[in-house]
Design a binder for this molecule. Structure first.
Ligand code: FAS
Ligand code: PHB
Length: 390
């Protein structure tokens, strides 16, 4: 079989790229090693930048997002028992974010892909990348005991941090940068009304907490936890009690609790692989970079990578120019590193580190004090949170 672009990974990166390429008349086949239900069962991001919203619209997959998503114009930082609202709309000249779960965004993209009848192969095992350093790349995979080959012009590695794409690149050709944080996030989903109509990022001596949501009746909460924590040690009651302890009293009193239906622990790391292009292989999204979720950037960085690659491939096929694909890695990494910085900065400011000394703690308190009393400082936070320009 032959196609123009093989996309490895049916997560947000792969699906969004596939939809945009299809709109430009560029044929792509998506391969994923698991099935749709498994992908949709993963609970991840919840906040979309305007750029991501725009790309969903461009992919003709934004209808439900606009109908069910929650446009947000601000969020709060909570510390020392008080809330401090960051007015995104005022500070950025009218911008905000859209609260809409990654699961739903993925579901919408899958539905749109089915509508156009584009080919996606789920449960494709042993996916291997071949010949992308030369002019005849191809991908092989196994399914139901049969090995398949797809010849193509380009391969988009949209297969996440643990995928095959980045790992297929020879070590000498790639440089990686990594920072692992000494804590994780324990997250739950529960069908209870959110404690606030906007997100609350809380810095407390017992640890970070985040109050988010998926709708006006479904809440998403996180607690900073140690890396040796086990889910089975966290009953719902224990989670709710700890969350109350980390929130200002008025929120703790207003918190509506209930049975959780999803509970997970995610480790936090910052990771970047450079470059993001190897001949006719392009790394996209988590395949190339990981950020701690504090700044809500992971999914949104995947979207901006897709924007740059979609523009480059469209230019190649329509204008017979390689300028866009040649610039992909540099353009994507420029935005990636600024988001990596912001995510590291917000994580460092909002979490309690086990080795934090008295000096570091005072610096953290000064950072929060400066942020909540300086328009310039709050503007810098706001413009990063809504998303820097593509
Ligand atoms: P994904 O990992 O979503 O998708 C990769 C796809 O490739 C998967 O479907 C996988 O099955 C497939 N694949 C992997 N290896 C393969 C192989 N060898 N062959 C074929 N297919 C293969 N971001 C936020 O903004 N906010 C958050 O709160 C947040 N929380 C997160 C929590 C967790 C536990 C994780 C892991 C990530 C979180 N993220 C968050 C980041 C997350 O949203 C990612 O940025 C987003 O999923 C990136 O999308 P993709 O690049 O498509 O990668
Ligand atoms: C979420 O709702 O899952 C969420 C929101 C904001 C973040 C991280 C996660 O910074």
């Amino acid at each position: 079989m032959r196609t123009q672009v093989v996309i490895i990974g049916s997560g947000p990166s792969g699906l969004l790229l596939g939809q945009l390429l299809a709109k430009a008349g560029i044929e792509a086949v998506i391969l994923d090693r698991v099935g749709k239900d498994y992908i949709l069962g993963r609970v991840r991001a919840g906040v979309l930048e305007q750029g991501t919203v725009g790309l969903m619209d461009e992919a003709r997959a934004g209808k439900r997002m606009h109908a069910e998503g929650l446009p947000h114009e601000g969020f709060s930082l909570a510390f020392d028992g008080r809330d401090h609202r960051i007015d995104l709309k005022d500070l950025t000249g009218g911008k905000g974010v859209m609260v809409y779960g990654q699961t739903e965004l993925t579901r919408d993209l899958m539905a749109q892909r089915e509508t156009i009848g584009a080919m996606t192969v789920y449960d494709a095992s042993n996916v291997r990348l071949h010949g992308y350093e030369g002019r005849s790349p191809y991908v092989t995979y196994e399914r139901e005991g049969i090995t398949h080959r797809i010849d193509c012009d380009f391969i988009a590695g949209c297969d996440g941090f643990h995928g095959a794409s980045r790992k297929s690149v020879p070590e000498k050709a790639i440089r990686t940068f990594e920072k692992v944080y000494p804590f994780g996030w324990l997250g739950i989903l529960a069908d209870v009304p959110p404690v606030s109509h906007e997100l609350i990022y809380a810095n407390h001596p017992r640890g970070f907490a985040l109050c988010s949501m998926r709708s006006e009746t479904r809440s998403r909460y996180y607690l900073q936890c140690t890396l040796d924590e086990k889910i089975e040690d966290w009953s719902d009651d224990r989670f709710w009690d700890e969350l109350r302890r980390r929130l200002p009293a008025h929120h703790a009193e207003a918190l509506v609790t209930g049975a959780s239906f999803e509970k997970s622990i995610a480790p936090l790391r910052s990771f970047v692989a450079e470059p993001m292009r190897f001949g006719n292989l392009f790394l996209v999204g988590d395949a190339a970079h990981i950020v701690p979720p504090t700044g809500a950037k992971g999914l949104n960085l995947a979207a901006s990578d897709v924007h740059y690659l979609y523009a480059g491939l469209t230019e190649y096929y329509q204008d017979h120019s390689t300028a866009g694909i040649d610039a992909y890695s540099t353009r994507a990494l420029s935005r990636v590193w600024k988001a990596v910085r912001f995510s590291w900065w917000m994580t460092t400011m909002m979490h309690r580190f086990p080795d934090t000394g008295a000096f570091d703690q005072k610096i953290q308190e000064a950072e929060l004090d400066y942020l909540t009393h300086s328009r310039a400082a709050a503007t810098a936070l706001a413009e990063n949170y809504v998303g820097l320009p593509y």
